[in-house]
Design a protein around this ligand. Structure first.
Ligand code: 5GP
Ligand code: MG
Length: 179
């Protein structure tokens, strides 16, 4: 069952809350209302909601849009592709974009999404993630803003799922065992 009993806490609700406030401070020092916020669904929906509200405390009221991606394998891990299952409504030509995801794992999702937005004519793209697994990185860049660096463990909670469950946990935890 998707309860908390098989999840061990890694980042507490209070730690997430405090870090989101400081991330918003850092982000608001570099972006303004002309930027478009793009959040990748579904994993980042809670993080994005809390982050944009923390940004609002700095007076920021940017447009927000969403994209749903699914990654699939066409043979090997290294040829993994990212497919759009729900696209943006906003036009990105000439726009500066704050691209939000839940977790930077290999980094392929943010690399492919950044490339796509660039190919559509976006101007500057900066990335913000709640979590980063440095040990797993396979791309030549790091997220510009990252809330927490975590070990190479499968985590759930605060929007992140296992089989579309556990998203409602208010903290980030390591899934120990599937019951
Ligand atoms: P990347 O393309 O950076 O390898 O993977 C990013 C995506 O993989 C995230 O948006 C997330 O959907 C998924 N992912 C990577 N690591 C985890 C994890 O530990 N837990 C969960 N729930 N999803 C993960
Ligand atoms: Mg995801």
């Amino acid at each position: 069952m998707a309860d908390e009993n098989n999840v061990s806490m890694l980042v507490s609700e209070a730690e997430i809350k405090a870090r989101i406030e400081s991330l918003a401070d850092e982000i608001c020092a570099v972006i303004d209302n002309s930027w478009l916020v793009v959040a990748l669904l579904r994993g980042s929906f809670i993080f994005a909601a809390d982050l944009v509200r923390a940004m609002h405390k700095h007076g920021l009221t940017p447009k927000i849009d969403f994209m749903t991606l699914s990654s699939y394998q066409d043979g090997t891990e290294s040829s993994r592709r990212v497919e759009i299952t729900h696209d943006l409504n906003e036009d990105v030509i000439g726009k500066n974009i704050l691209l939000i995801d839940d977790i930077f794992d290999t980094g392929r999702t943010l690399r492919e999404t950044s490339k796509l937005l660039q190919s559509r004519g976006a101007n500057e793209i900066i990335t913000a993630v709640l979590l980063e697994k440095p040990a797993r990185r396979e791309v030549g860049f790091r997220p510009r803003f990252a809330g927490f660096q975590i070990p190479d463990k499968f985590v759930v909670g605060y929007g992140l799922d296992y089989a579309n469950q556990y998203r409602t946990l208010p903290f980030i935890g390591v899934l120990e065992e599937i019951k």
